[in-house]
Every structure is written in structure tokens, then in C-alpha cells.
Design a protein around this ligand. Structure first.
Ligand SMILES: [Ca+2]
Ligand SMILES: [Ca+2]
Ligand SMILES: [Ca+2]
Ligand SMILES: [Zn+2]
Length: 327
């Protein structure tokens, strides 16, 4: 048997994994003397001071490793493998509160006001434009607002970037506000049944106690959810991945390379597969609709393939272009 596996292994050509690539154009707003943002007032148990280019690059690697470990098809890529600097804008932008929708919107208006402004601010329409300054936490644009900037301060936490990018791809918080130090309003902030009702003030122990009848896995899907206020974080649930990918396929297609194609036995091959509601019926159709080596296939619910195999658990195929040998 060992020999069979070895020979089979040699016959399979190495094929890169397909990944939905999110382009990040990361800009550092430099201080009055050209200094890098630096803020030791970080957030929570995973606090991170984004005070150097290396810290930012390491954080992107950390984020991609986290996504990979959880089977997510989403990966972050630095546009042109570059971290851009914005100079001469320290007043007022170096110290203007990043966690403010009004400030973020003013920043986007300033950076896109003219061709000269776009150059000064390294604004790139083909990417998520993220601006870092010396303040704390951050805020993101939802697709419905018609804007696309993310504004963050150096005083952050290691999951801040992927949390804000989740908003960029239309993911809401697991809670609906009520960050008031009291545990009295558990709400369904995201409309997803796969995340339990949440209060941002809850600890892991509070969640475990409240939902004692649920499985630990379901509780953990809230305790460690990237779109919650609980730390540390490590996951999106399937419904969040689906919403992220649908948004990447449609409203946020410009900032993303590669699509997710949805397939299930009750779909229709007249659909384009770009949403779960518009899923196709067969794998063959999903494959024929693919036009990029970054495309992945998302399967939720029952899918029969010609050799009689039946898939029922939600999963993502990221290496479907290579020969799979199952014995
Ligand atoms: Ca500082
Ligand atoms: Ca509360
Ligand atoms: Ca929910
Ligand atoms: Zn948020």
C-alpha cells in the first residue's frame, strides 16, 4: 500500500491552492517629524501596537495563517507587496480619532478629491485603502455606504485588521450594540443562526454558562468569532464565509481576485453560481464557470457527484484543479 501511495504521489502534479485574494493597500500616515505611528494603549488580551512595517507584515502573515487553519479560502495580499507612506498630512490626520465614521468619511473624501490628492494619499481603486495613524482602534466602510476606506490607529489588537475587513465584505457584529459593561441584552446582531445571540460585555465563562445546552463548538463559534468583541478570535462561521464570498463576488469584486462558486444538488445550471441563492446544480457547471486560477468552489448541503460520492457537510474546495486520488 505504501508503494501505491508513493507512486500516486509522484503522478499528481503540484498545483497551487486557489485562494480568494483580497488586495490591501496599506498606508501609514507619518507624524510631524516623519515618525511612524506608535501607540502602547492597545486593546484587550491580544493587544498589538502597529508601530513598524515589520509588525504590519507579521500581522498579515498571522491573519492568513489563522484563516488557513480554519479552512477559509480568504487571503490578504499587500498591493505590490508595498506598505505606502503618506507624508505632509500629519496635521490634522496623525492624531485624528480613527474610530470615527465621520473622520473616516472625511479622510476618504480628502484622499479622493483630485488626481493630485489620490497620489498624495496613494489611493488605489483596485484595493482596500487602509490608513493607519497614531490613535486607537478603527472603523470600516460597509458596501451599502458607497465608500471603501478603513481607518485604524496603531493601538490595536492582532485581529483588528481582519475584523475591519469583515465589515468591508458586509459582515455585521455578532451583537447589536450594547457595549455598556452590563450583561443584559443578548441580541442577534448579524442575523446568522450559526452565531448565538451575543452581548459584547460577555466573557467566555458568561457565554458557556448562558448556553450550557449548546455544544462547546457552537459556543466557541461565538467566543472566538472575528466579528465579535471577544478576544482572542480565530474564526468565521460558514454563514459569515458565505456572505463574505458573495460580497467579494459582487459589490467588492474590484478589490478581490478570484471568486467563490456555489454549488448544491438543488441549484440550477442556468444560474451563475455567484451567490448561494444563485447556486448551480453540478460541479461540472461550477468548473465551467470558473475563469481564474484563484476561484474556489463552495459546497453547502447535499451534492452528488457522478462516481456516487455524496457530500453533505459545508466545505470549500481550493485544490479542485489538481487530480485528487481517493482510495
Ligand atoms: Ca504615539
Ligand atoms: Ca451589555
Ligand atoms: Ca447570530
Ligand atoms: Zn467592528
Amino acid at each position: 500500500m505504501l508503494l501505491v501511495w508513493t507512486v500516486a504521489g509522484l503522478l499528481i502534479s503540484p498545483t497551487a491552492w486557489s485562494e480568494i485574494q483580497v488586495r490591501v493597500s496599506f498606508k501609514v500616515i507619518r507624524g510631524p517629524n516623519g515618525e511612524f505611528p506608535d501607540n502602547r494603549n492597545t486593546i484587550g488580551v491580544t493587544g498589538l501596537n502597529l508601530n513598524s512595517e515589520q509588525v504590519i507584515r507579521d500581522n498579515l502573515t498571522f491573519t492568513n495563517d489563522m484563516l488557513r487553519r480554519r479552512g477559509s479560502p480568504i487571503r490578504l495580499f499587500l498591493r505590490d507587496n508595498t506598505i505606502y507612506n503618506v507624508t505632509g498630512q500629519a496635521v490634522p490626520w496623525f492624531t485624528r480619532t480613527a474610530r470615527s465614521t465621520a473622520n473616516k468619511n472625511n479622510l476618504e473624501a480628502t484622499a479622493t478629491a483630485s488626481a493630485a490628492a489620490r497620489a498624495t494619499w496613494s489611493w488605489h481603486d483596485d484595493s482596500i485603502n487602509i490608513y493607519l495613524n497614531d490613535t486607537r482602534s478603527g472603523v470600516c466602510s460597509f458596501p451599502s455606504g458607497g465608500r471603501s476606506a478603513i481607518f485604524i490607529g496603531a493601538g490595536g489588537y492582532r485581529e483588528l485588521l481582519i475584523h475591519e475587513i469583515g465589515h468591508f465584505y458586509n459582515l455585521a457584529h455578532t451583537h447589536a450594540g450594547d457595549n455598556d459593561g452590563e450583561l443584559e441584552n443578548w441580541t442577534d446582531g448579524d442575523g446568522f443562526s450559526e452565531t448565538l445571540d451575543d452581548d459584547p460585555d460577555a466573557s467566555a465563562a458568561d457565554i458557556n454558562a448562558r448556553y450550557a445546552a449548546e455544544t462547546q463548538e457552537k459556543r466557541n463559534d461565538l467566543i472566538f468569532n472575528i466579528m465579535s468583541y471577544h478576544l482572542p478570535q480565530d474564526r468565521f462561521v460558514w454563514q459569515q464565509t458565505q456572505e463574505f464570498v458573495e460580497t467579494a463576488n459582487n459589490e467588492r469584486g474590484v478589490q478581490t481576485s478570484g471568486e467563490g462558486l456555489f454549488v448544491r444538488s438543488d441549484g440550477s445550471n442556468f444560474n451563475n453560481g455567484k451567490t448561494y441563492g444563485g447556486r448551480v446544480r453540478t460541479l461540472e457547471r461550477a468548473v465551467s464557470l470558473s475563469n481564474s486560477s484563484n476561484d474556489v468552489i463552495l459546497i453547502r448541503g447535499r451534492l452528488d457527484v457522478p462516481d456516487g460520492t455524496v457530500f453533505t457537510k459545508p466545505h470549500v474546495w481550493m485544490k479542485w484543479r489538481s487530480t485528487a486520488l481517493i482510495e
